[in-house]
Design a protein around this ligand. Structure first.
Ligand SMILES: [Zn+2]
Length: 210
């Protein structure tokens, strides 16, 4: 069992992640994963649907580890990308409640080069304000860097590959949302679990040409 981190996600984000995994693999499948990770079963670990910061990073990381050990890196990747996408879709409503007015200002007429960085910065701000994650965005010329300096996926883990897939799935869905359905070639390039200072993702400024 990994020692508790003392850093917390809000319950709602953790709940979306866990209930998405339950949708994807069924309650028995998820319980097998949780048991493997030495975690409580689905009904017990599922946090309430509120914004209190109570879900410890170490439990979040332990779920990701147990998933990789149960389904292998490729299987876990498929599940976590889908859970990340679902997490964005589930969370977008409360997100819009917080940032809706400004988001409206970035409607269809506003070019992507303006609304993409705004949206990425809102996401970073939102995550940093509603959890103990530390996220910032850096403009790198032809791309943005999404920098996660305190990553729940990596908490207490030694990773052998770039595998913060739930963040990748979230960013894929978020960039699709803000661009009216375009696809972006987003890549993770560093990982705290592999010894880097932060978990960084390259978000190109332009989508994949169609
Ligand atoms: Zn990470």
């Amino acid at each position: 069992m990994i020692e508790k981190s003392g850093f917390y996600m809000n319950n709602r984000v953790a709940r979306y992640m866990i209930s998405s995994l339950q949708d994807l693999m069924g309650e028995n499948g998820l319980n097998a994963v949780l048991r493997h990770g030495g975690l409580p079963d689905y009904q017990t670990i599922l946090p309430p649907d509120d914004m209190l910061r109570e879900f410890d990073f170490s439990d979040y990381g332990a779920i990701c580890t147990a998933l990789a050990e149960t389904y292998g890196p490729r299987g876990a990747k498929a599940f976590l990308i889908r859970a990340g996408r679902a997490g964005f879709l589930n969370g977008i409503q409360s997100f819009l409640d917080n940032y809706g007015a400004s988001l409206e200002a970035t409607g269809k007429l506003v070019p992507l080069r303006i609304k993409l960085p705004l949206f990425l910065r809102w996401i970073a701000k939102n995550y940093s304000e509603t959890s103990d994650r530390i996220v910032r965005i850096k403009d790198q010329g032809d791309h943005y860097l999404y920098i996660n300096e305190r990553c729940p996926v990596c908490w207490g883990r030694r990773a052998t590959q770039l595998d913060c897939h739930i963040t990748l799935g979230f960013l894929l869905e978020a960039t699709g949302f803000i661009s009216n359905g375009a696809r972006f070639d987003i890549r993770q390039i560093s990982s705290i679990g592999m010894g880097d200072a932060s978990c960084d993702f390259v978000v190109p400024k332009r989508p994949i040409p169609t």
